[in-house]
Design a protein around this ligand. Sequence first.
Ligand code: ADP
Length: 481
Amino acid sequence: MRTAPGQIWRTLRFRLAAWNAAVVILTAIVTFVALRQGVRRALLHELDQVLIDDAREIALAVASSSEEGAAELYEGLLRKSRGHLHRGWYVKLLDEQRNQIWATPEAGPAHAPPLTIKPLSPISFGGYRIVYDTLARPVHGIHSIRVGANLRFVEQDVARIDRGVTMAAGAVLIAAPLCGYWLAARAARTIGAIITTASRLRPSHLDERLPIHGAGDELDQLAHTVNGLLDRIAAYLNTKRDFLANAAHELRTPLAAIRSSVEVALNGDRSYEEYEDLLVDVIDECGALETLVNQLLLLAETEADLPAAKFELVELQALVTKAVDMFSGVAEAGGVSLRLKAIDRACVYGNPQHLRQVVNNLIDNSVKYTPSGGQISVELAADAARGRVDLKVADTGPGIPQVEQRHIFERFYRAESARSRGAGPRGTGLGLSICQSVVHTHGGAIECRSEQGRGACFIVTLPLATPSDAADLGKVVAVNQ
Ligand code: ADP
């Protein structure tokens, strides 16, 4: 995606660069200021130590000097003062009122410092750093001494640091936004690649995947996630495509049969019985078409999550009893015994039409696939403690081979034996996928236990309705007590 001219400030790379530059510059300024202050303090501390040592040393020298040694003392102090002239070092020997008795040529501050200064506590005064020390007892009228040094040399060092800091700050000021922009542009380049690939994706062309750079960063994770989503969408669309193709194929078979029956009817004169047979064939095929269309609609409805809107409290035992009654005639006609083995009272929260369809499909399959002489048993067992109900439909039919059990819940899947049965029971391959879809929408599970040649047993597990389900419906009923 291209950035509109004049909108550069809205781009991620600009904002990242701006934030980065702001943080770097702020950090640099704080660091530089702290560094400058730290160095200044260290220099002052160093100077203070020197002045305190000097004051102590001179105080000791004065205290221990004799009348004759005074000239030698002064000479020594003058030598020291000349040696440290560039630092503006001076010493003053003071009387009781802190008036000057003797001093080196460097004058020190223009005015006399306050009298309150404590001994050996350095202070800054009049551009000088000064330290007092008092003698334990006056010698040659000297009560205290004052040593000082011009602060200029400390300030010169600090000014030198300031110059370095200013230059470094200038460099950071220029480099931070440029480097920040370069780094942000690098990061944004990967996002740009993702956007370009994503913009090329079409529902009909979903085989492109976002590039993964292998850095393992958030952008790689994003690409992984989007690629996973694309995989799922592609698989979903393929399933839909297959479903549509299968549905068209299944619709074509009865339509072709109807067409051929009508063509045969129109092709020359037929007896009344022949016309009647042909019309019965047409009605049969219409019935098959109707069943298929109804099943397709039901599947679409269950997938669209519409059933939840029509949920109500359903007495499952009533549905099961009715279904067994309904199929017992057909089962009897086929020489199969259909019986209700056990039935508990079980109330579930769901769509009654869809649940009826599940019960009917399972019993219908058993009746369809169980040969004459076989048995079908239906059982509804509620387990209030675990909040679930199991519906079991078991038969003594041919069973389902292990390899086929994995596919029987797929749409349009019909086991090999069912397809090759010829004139045998006719199915669409949608019954069990509808059962599974309905059961899942109701928060339940369906499973098949079977061994080839030893019958099949389908077990549907559904959650029992809870009092809150009843409350949702605004009905005050005793649920599953
Ligand atoms: P159909 O319309 O073919 O019955 P279903 O989805 O209901 O479609 O079932 C899928 C396949 O599962 C069937 O074709 C059949 O082979 C197998 N099947 C289902 N129920 C039974 C059963 N009770 N006994 C044996 N095979 C069964």
